[in-house]
Structures are given as C-alpha cells and as structure tokens.
Design a protein around this ligand. Sequence first.
Ligand code: NOJ
Ligand code: CA
Length: 653
Amino acid sequence: MFMFNWLSRNEAERIIASPNGYIECRFSLKSGEISYSVSKNMKTIIKPSRLGFDICGEEPLGSNLKIIREQKKRHAETIEMPWGEDKYLKNNYNETAFYLSEKKSPFRIFTFRIRVFDDGVAFRYEVPPQPKFSQITIKDEKTEFNIDNNSNAWMIPAYQPDRYEYNYEKKAVGDIKQPVHTPLTIRTPNGFYLSIHEAALYNYGSMTIVLNQNRILKSDITPLSDGTKAHLNLPFQTPWRLIMIADSAIELTTDRLIYVLNDPPTGDFSWVKTLKFIGIWWAMYVGEWTWAPGDRHGATTEHAKQYIDAAVRLGISGVLIEGWNDGWEGDWLENGVNNKFSVSTPDFDLDEVASYARAKKIEIVGHHETVGFIDNYENQLEEAYNYYASKGVHYIKTGYAGSKMMINGRREYHHSQLGVNHYQKTIELAAKKHICLDIHEPIKGTGIERTWPNLLSREGARGQEYEGGALVPSHACFLPFTRLLSGGMDYTSGIFDLSNNVKRISTTLARQLAYYITIYSGMQMAADRPQFYEEKFPEVFEFIRNVPTSFEKTLPLAGEIGEYYVVARKDVNSSDWYIGGVTNEHSKRISLGLEFLDSGAYEATIYMDSDEAHYRDNPFKIIIENKRVGKDDFLDINMAPGGGFAIQLQRLQ
Ligand code: NOJ
Ligand code: CA
C-alpha cells in the first residue's frame, strides 16, 4: 500500500511504528535539521540523534532542509533462504521515505528511508543524481546513536592490527575510549538489549562507532589512506544503519534483520551447496607440517591424497589444501607479495589431486592467502579463479593476513571502502565461476549472503587458531551475542588433540562438538588431523559426521552474554534436531526441556562433560549416552568449566 503526501514542510514530527506497535521511531525536522529517536513500550531506547554528512569541498548535507514528499509503505513477506540457520525469515515492516531538499542553493536533494520492524529499526540515506553534482567525497557521516551512557556495551576495538580478532570487553557506553566495531551489543539501564550494526555494506567504508565529544555514540566510517571516508558517484545509498532490539540477551540472538534488509539474489545459485571439510591445516599449527616447501611441507600430492582417502572413510565431503602454491616462503607476511595463485610448488600436482578427488567424489577446498597484497591478487584474480574452476574446484578459502591491505600501492584498512570493494569483487567473480567462498580476515558480515549465497562463510573474529593461550573459555559465550549477529563464522571447530603442548586447547572434548551448533557456518571444518578422529575418538566423531550444515529453524533456548549459551536447530533435510551449549570458565548444570520437538519419539545421543571434566586438566572426560525421548522430557545436562554439550535427536518412525 502506498500513500503520498505532497505538501512541503519546514517542520515535522512523524512516528513510524513497528507492525505490532511496540517499537516507535520518531523522525523530526526542526530548524532545517533532521533527527530520529527510538522507543519501545513507551520507554526510550535512543534519544534524539543527529543525521547527515560532512562533504569534502561543499557545505554539509543535512541542514536547511525541508520535506518535499513523504511516502509510506507497509510490507509483509516471508523470505526463503537457500541455506543457513533458518529457512524462512519474516520481512515485515512499516516504512516511511522522507524526500528532502535544501531550502537554498545548491538545492541538493536526498531521501531518508526508515523501516521499523518488530525486532529493530533500520534507516539509510539515498542520494539521487542531481544537476549540480554527480560525485561526492564523504568527509564524515554524522549519524548518531544517542544511547544512555550508563548502558553496558560488549565490544572489540577497531583499527587494530588483527582486524576483528580480539577478545570481547564489557564497558559502560560512557567509558568507550576508542572506536569499536559493529555489531556493537548494548544493554540499556531500562533492560533492552540492542545491537548496532549495518546491513548491505557495498562501496562504502564500514561503520565503526565512537563516543564523540558530546558523549554521544556516533558512526565513524573507516577512512581511506587519503583521510576521506568514501568517494562516490551518484546515485548512491548508504548501507542500512540497523538497531536490533530485544527484551533479553537470548532474544537478541534470534534477530535476522541483516538478511531481510539485503536484496534477493539475481541469477541462479542452485549450484551452491554448504560443505563440511577436513584439511591440511591444523598439522601446520601444531608444527608437524609447514605451509612453506621443505622436508615437512604439508601440501604435497601424497598428503592431499591421504586426506582425500581419510575424508571418504570419515564421511566428510571436502578437503582443504593450504600452502600448495608458489610464493609461500620464508617471512610469508613480507613475501606474500610474490604469491602466485596458478603455480604449484614442485611437490604438489593439482591436476593429479583434483582428478583423484573427483574419482572419490570429494570436493577440494582451494586456498588463496593474499596476505592483503590486493594489487598482486587482483592482477591474477580472473586467471586464478579460472584455474581452480578448470580443475573442478568449487570452493575457495581466502585469507588476508596482515594489519592493512596494499591497494593501488597504498596501505588501506581491510574495512575501508577499497577493502569492501575488493571483497565484493571476489564474491561476484566467484559467483560467475560457480565457486563458493570462505573468507578469512574478511569484511564483517552485513547480510549480503542473501544476495550472494556463494559466500558460504567468513571468519572475522578470534577463532580456534588463537588456541594455545589467547582464547579464553568465555569467548565462545560472547560470540553468539556479538559477532554471530552478523552471520555465520568459520571457527575451525572439532579439535580433538586437546593436550598438545604446542597449541594447548582451552576446552573440553564435548565442547568441540557443541561449536557445530553454537557457531553456525555454511562451510564447517572438522579442523583436526584425521587420525585424531579415526584412531582416537571415532565414537565422538560420529556427531561431526552427522551434524548438518544447513538448518530449517533455529531456536536459541537460554544464555547470558559471556556466561553460557544453549541453542536448538532443526535439520533442513530431515525431522532431526540438534542441540548445543557452551559455558565460560564456570561449570553449569541445566534442566533442558524438549517441548519444541514435534510429537513422537526421538533417539537422543547426548555428548556431555562428565562431573570430573575440566578444560584445564581433564578435557577428555566425556559421557556419551543414548536415550529415547519425547517433547515432555527434560534432560539433565552438565557443562564443565570451559565445557559444553551436543545432542543429536533422531526422529524415530
Ligand atoms: C589466517 C587464517 O585464519 C588461517 O585459517 C590460515 O591458515 C592462515 N591465515 C594462513 O593463511
Ligand atoms: Ca584469522
């Protein structure tokens, strides 16, 4: 339904309510300036907050404004996702687009569009072509999120050498001293849980958040090396600025607005398939093999064939091979500028490996470590993707190690406009070649996998590669409430070699299974070496073999930020359910109600920590139990310090 209002207005105050009426976004135009505020159940969430831009070489955009037209829309639709945590998503909102014009020369015009959902508010700026200017350079985006300074925030710092790979920290909003990344999770003193984030990030610097001199949270768009934020041709639209809103921490984890704010795919993506894979990978982390050629080179033809055979025996569909390409020598962070993406080391024959894999029906996951040398990578991009495609490789893991990227001969942030555009180039080219991507050191997720389903996963947070000292048990209890609000993550789960002295793991064995449920990824790795699955713990591996990589629905059941998290997911291809849970360094017992099951009987296989288990000195103590259960049952679950549990519920006929 469309409604037009053609009266031009110099002052205005409008309320856009969510479909259920609980959330209200108030838009106002006063003295030529626009602002917004947000409330739920009449309680303030965001106080009046400024909007607009500073533009290089021109007057700021956002003052001397009048409304020339307002357009309202109601929208209700169910979206079907090709893969993911939920097959069906609701896209129900009320929208108003405010068409604005300056009252004096140069009479620039733009649209401010607001959508209000039952679980959040989103808005964006849209600047159409106009007579007096066709290009602009953004100096600053002034969007504010004026949230009570006494709110708690869970954050990771922005503009740091390890990109998003940091431990989460909790602070009062008023104590935020440095720019932080989104999604930024916040709890307000009046009890709301929020996540400030963005959706559909294209051709623009990514939004970080700062506390400005007026002690108001404000967008801080990642700068380019020339100090500006984005160079744009008209028309352009910003990403959606998104405020997810929930009444509890666990409810926040059900928010899927990033996806519905993105466009549906154009073109056929029916060839995209989620994947579980093992890989020539952890052996390098524990020092058994090396990425670089030499006596202990990991990516040899022989090792690759052994891993392909192991994948067949384990019932896993893919094998990742890292370190096969020419250039990975010596100081690889420096030398990465010489990486060749279509030339193998002498001991690796991709033709032979690929035809071996094809015969065994195993997918190869290729690898491109760019080390952030984008100029080098983009020069080879088309050739490198063609090379893999011609060998029947349909999956590539890419990597962008290094603190900044090298683009056009200059050092740029990974999350700057140029970084964003590079990642997008790889996604679009991969789509053309029917290749799926798992991007490490990526740009954060903003839901674009809705439009580009071949983007099956990304890293973009501290993952298991940081085990061996830098990962704390609470980390995996922060992720569902923070990073994972921006989509799936390749956490490289499933390490069973928990007592290795080179990389000491700070989890129990049962918790390694829990990750397959608590940390969703369209490409899930079984990250340890095959012998740890086949010889040491075959009955524990059974869970990894069975766990799906795509779900019909996800039901977060319980949790508190940084403390614990329990979630149930229903397989997209069967009537089976899977449940996973993790706790921080404190043990936790729960009575797990199964009321969400359909009626009928299920065979439950429960993998949980025994009473003596402890992540520090007794990680292997696992209980594996089978039980017949139904929806009226409760299960007593134990999670050890640094532990967790996983349950497979197979529907009995
Ligand atoms: C960091 C990635 O996260 C990791 O998975 C990869 O093995 C190394 N870079 C080397 O490319
Ligand atoms: Ca990484």
